[in-house]
Design a protein around this ligand. Sequence first.
Ligand code: PMT
Length: 398
Amino acid sequence: MLKNKKILLGITGSIAAYKIILLVRMLMKENAEIKIIMTPAATQFVSPLVLSTLIQDKVAIDFFSENTWANHVMLGRWADVFIIAPLSVNTLSKMANGQCDNLLLATYLSATCPVLVAPGMDEDMWHHAATRKNIETLKSYGNHILTVQKGFLASGLQGEGRMEEPENILLYLKENFFRGNQLQGKKVLITAGPTYEAIDPVRFIGNHSSGKMGFALADAFYEQGAEVTLVSGPVHLGKSYRGIQLISLHSANEMYNACMDIFEEMDIAVMCAAVADFQPETVSKEKLKKKDQGLELTLIQTQDILKSLGALKKPNQFLVGFALETENENKNALQKLVSKNADMIVLNSLRDKGAGFGTDTNAVTILDKSGNETTLPLETKKEIAQKIIQIIIQKAHA
Ligand code: PMT
């Protein structure tokens, strides 16, 4: 998402400056292009040598160094986003008042790109009336302000003033400046994870789905600008983006109700969850006691969510099913595509190594009603999700 995006990072004199090394590493992992400016005070908190070694470029500090003039106008125009983190109380005050006594401030005043600031200071400074006023002034300039966090402060006190954590700065950056627009305005429903069908208050029937594939799909749709509702069974994952609406539930019945409630307003629905096909006919109120002769359970069928959505589907809606097979994969998947009235089915074979439940990778075959077949060989679930979405976009517009 941040590949080749131009990120200008401004660092000012606050103890949180040491955390910026982590942010730089994260940006590099995303293949962003990074340039760094530091105020002279920031160099007391983090070494320019460490930062320039990481980005393999000079760190700009002075207007005039080694007989060259660091061109603040070009830096400000080069960037897609200028992040100032940590933002000290001193630099905040100068920004609010248009002062220009170092390279970072000159670049701020000439930047034409969006500016994001992550303040970091002691609690009393943060609550001072002057700081409050300066923050409001930056807001009025259209700058994006990350709120400070509560916790342990360098002064030894506990309170508000901690700079937002680097992973959240990265998240804000992605969510607010770099989402694609291929699916802007489109509403997407995704199901993920397993369902748990209760036997008694302690036991359930479940399966090995981790939710990774469904969550990767939710991320990929969101990154392309879609409004995403992710309906998930019990998993150990959190949503990656604040803007994704996550509905967490347990049983097939709950998943059925959640999907039926919102399907009408959806443009695209992708049923990736491994929904239980059977549930116990009755759920014991008390924990079942161990018996010598074993235990017989009567199972009844759950509602088929994909099939029910297929029956309701309107011509402007695009419905995608998944199929998890262990034999006669293509034949079974095609049968599901037709019987459930889906537009496309993503086939997972448990015979493919590294694919299916729990893994970070997947390999799938995509089948559609016209008999087209696309094979996506083993890649990360993130990459597979991005490719599935491109195929959905193509087919939905065809
Ligand atoms: O979660 P991970 O660990 O990342 O693993 C991903 C996955 C292997 C679970 C995923 O890629 C996958 O294959 N999901 C579908 C699993 C499945 O239940 O397949 P199925 O062939 O039993 O079901 C066919 C389709 O009907 C699926 O879209 C399923 O969501 C849907 N279904 C099934 C039963 C039911 N009662 N209602 C349904 O909607």
